[in-house]
Design a protein around this ligand. Structure first.
Ligand code: EPU
Length: 430
């Protein structure tokens, strides 16, 4: 059923919220479970539509998938099909991370190529070039990529592209290399914590990997991998989103069960903006309002994450002065700016830079979520807008935030999820 969120602004958020498991770690970990015929148990898996969809795809590939308790999934892939049709891939771009698992396990794969999405074109040329560097024969025809890895051998693979490293491209290469004979050296590897978590699970399964978390990952192929029990890392993007929710309302929010070191660049920017930030071994507290305009540039990890850009833009709306935000990952990821403008924001976009002229009052409006992080940003802005905001297309939010409005409510927000027919005349989607 289509749903909308109604937010009534003006409440100060206080309290603590527990970080869920990371979506962007969980998706490749689910894919990696196809690398063995033994049972893989994953814990701390977030309850999200993207996760449920990935589980469904694994079922289509032939795995037996169960969800015996909240946050726990088991996957047993005794037999695996090498084909993944467009019907399965088109709904979720991240399903591309099955490619490396299929190549590793079966030495062949045939997968529909996922299209772009609202945040940009999102090519997979680097994934394919990486597999070719291993000696795979890669052919693209009629929207399908076929990979024949019969002759694949470890090799040096430069994974850098015009935007730097690729997260899922690195994940695919690591997965393929675990069961490819010889030593694979991935240069310009993604250093994201989600890639490190994938390597941690693969090590538990018996893979030989070193260098994870640095720009060069080396994988020595082994003959087979075994089952394992692995706990997914905390979602750094979700944690950052709740910290912005606190700061934007001038409140006091603590996120528990998270890894502060994964958010260093983001926390530095919060502090620079004047928000008070304290960290402990597994918690982050942010309190007080932002007071200063700051410049943000999104970059691969350990830089400021593109997945927190929209939320930080919402925060910058409060501050007098000009805050330029430059996207170095997805130069066109500014769809949320137009919706924020409908709430009274002043944002000028030139090329890959959006400049926020902050300090204008925001007022509630009907707005449209264009993607996952944009939907969170609109809800954050609505927390401080005068009156009611109705956020449409909430299904984007459900891809990556577990019970978002419920958790915001527990911090004191007035947020309600309602049927799409609920908004008053003029506020409903056509
Ligand atoms: N790129 C290429 N060629 C490729 C692959 C990527 O040019 O073959 C470019 C992309 O177009 C982009 C840049 O390289 O400009 C980085 O893209 P990357 O491959 O790192 O993105 P991804 O792995 O497809 C993951 C996350 C995204 C997140 C990005 C960047 C998952 C499931 N998705 O995507 O998460 O924005 O890394 O950090 O892990 C989200 O959660 O909202 C989300 C979009």
């Amino acid at each position: 059923m289509l749903q909308v969120a109604r937010i009534r602004g003006g409440h100060v958020l206080r309290g603590s919220v527990r970080a869920a498991g990371s979506k962007n770690a969980a998706l490749p970990l689910l894919a990696a479970s196809l690398l063995t015929g033994e049972t893989v148990t994953l814990r701390n898996v977030p309850d999200l539509s993207d996760v449920r969809y990935m589980a469904e795809i694994l079922g289509h590939q032939g795995a037996t998938v169960t969800n015996p308790a909240p946050g726990v999934w088991t996957i047993r892939a005794e037999k695996v099909a090498h084909r993944t049709p467009y019907d399965l891939v088109r709904k979720m771009r991240a399903s591309v991370c099955l490619l490396g698992a299929l190549v590793g396990r079966l030495r062949q794969a045939e997968m529909a190529i996922p299209g772009g999405c609202v945040i940009g074109p999102r090519p997979i040329d680097l994934h394919l070039r990486g597999l070719e560097a291993l000696g795979c024969v890669v052919t693209v025809e009629a929207g399908l990529v076929s990979v024949d890895a019969a002759r694949a051998r470890g090799a040096t693979v430069p994974m850098g592209g015009p935007m730097g490293s690729t997260v899922l491209g690195t994940a695919n290469l690591v997965m393929a290399a675990t069961l490819t004979p010889g030593v694979t050296r991935i240069e310009c590897a993604a250093r994201e914590p989600e890639v490190v978590d994938l390597c941690a699970m693969l090590l538990r399964m018996g893979a030989k990997i070193r260098g994870q978390g640095t720009g060069v990952i080396e994988v020595e192929g082994v003959a087979s991998l075994r089952g394992c029990d692995h706990t997914v890392i905390a979602d750094r993007i979700e944690a950052g989103t709740y910290l912005v929710a606190g700061a934007i309302t001038g409140g006091d929010v603590t996120v528990t069960h998270c890894e502060p070191a994964h958010l260093t660049a983001f926390l530095d920017k919060l502090r620079e903006a004047g928000v008070r930030v304290e960290t402990g071994p597994d918690f982050i507290r942010a309190h007080g309002r932002p007071t200063r305009a700051v410049e943000v540039v999104t970059e691969p990890y350990p830089g400021f994450p593109t997945d927190l850009q929209a939320q930080f833009m919402a925060l910058q709306l409060l501050v007098d002065g000009r805050s330029p935000i430059t996207e170095k990952i997805y130069p066109a990821r500014f769809m949320h700016a137009a919706e924020l403008q409908r709430m009274g924001a002043d944002i000028a976009i030139e090329g890959a830079t959006a400049t926020v002229a902050g300090g204008r009052p925001l007022s509630g409006a009907p707005v449209m979520a264009s993607d996952l992080r944009a939907s969170a940003a609109l809800i954050l802005a609505a927390l401080v807008a005068k009156g009611e905001t109705w956020v449409q297309r909430l299904y984007h939010l459900d891809r990556g935030y577990e019970r978002f409005e419920e958790r915001l409510r527990s911090l004191g927000a007035d947020v309600e999820r309602l049927p799409a027919s609920a908004p008053p005349k003029g506020f409903a989607e056509d």
